[in-house]
Write a protein that binds this ligand. Sequence first.
Ligand SMILES: [Zn+2]
Length: 343
Amino acid sequence: MKSMVLAEHGGSDRLQLVDQPTPIPGPGEVVVRVRAASLNHLDIWIRMGAFGKMKMPHIGGCDGAGEVDEIGAGVEGFSKGDRVVVAPGLGCGLCPDCLAGEDSLCAKFQVLGSSIAGTFSEYVLVNARRLVKVSDALTFEEWAALGVAYLTAWHMVFGRAKMQPGERVLVHAAGSGVGAAAIQLAKLAGGLIFTTSSKDDKLARARDELGADATANYATGDVAATVMEWTKGRGVDVVIDHVGPDTWKTNIASLRKGGRLVNCGVTSGPKVEMEFRPIYARQISLLGAYLGNRHEFDSLLKMADAGRIKPVLDRVFDLADLAAAQDYMDSRQQFGKIILRVP
Ligand SMILES: [Zn+2]
């Protein structure tokens, strides 16, 4: 099978297209013929070695959709050719957190394409518990887009922030995968949405295509001041953030008393200097989010199948052009998800 393989941590020039043996499924496992994968910033952090050294050579890719190819012993409910989406996260299924439906808290929670081989390949070997059968209501490219970004956004909006109809939310970076997804899902929750970008054309698309209610260009304007104007001095109920240090002050200044700040990542760096007083004095809740739970993934796919969520797709690259696709993601030109087609 053809795979995009990382031989050592570093830049996108370390990615190589190689031919290697197709895996054989063991008990409880399935081999999926990948038809489409999608890109996440997580892939770049893994490539750069931000999570420590991976076993090399490594195949990245957390999201994917395709067809069941080979089925291991003891796997029931799947047949060769079934259309499936691969869940990016998997818990042990047995611990108290997994049994409570909080598998993203499982000590053995495993993200596809990080410690195990992922979807940037013609075939991927997965535990059968990762698979969800899907219809042809969406294309493989669209199904593949509904992985890490949409699941994380779902977990933030519904699982962690528990957004209520009529609440006002600030979502950063409308053009990013998580940002676009969070706008769509907060809208689904009945929220009123304020979003940001450094590009006016992306803000126009966020309003026209995703239904954002108000916007600000963070490169040319003062986001917190505009949020305060929009909320008539009250501040937003919820902030959905994946940027970290660069948005920290804006986030605290934009929240109402008793507001919730949900964060799922730090694209602007891992450390922030913070003033603690506003946290207790204004009773702000800080909520972390790491991917999401399986029941949330199932709900997300169900809503997409019913046409209630339409994944926002940006450009589609071929598997062999993964390096160019990752460089494009790094350049932050995209609006929505960048897709890898696996011919
Ligand atoms: Zn578990």
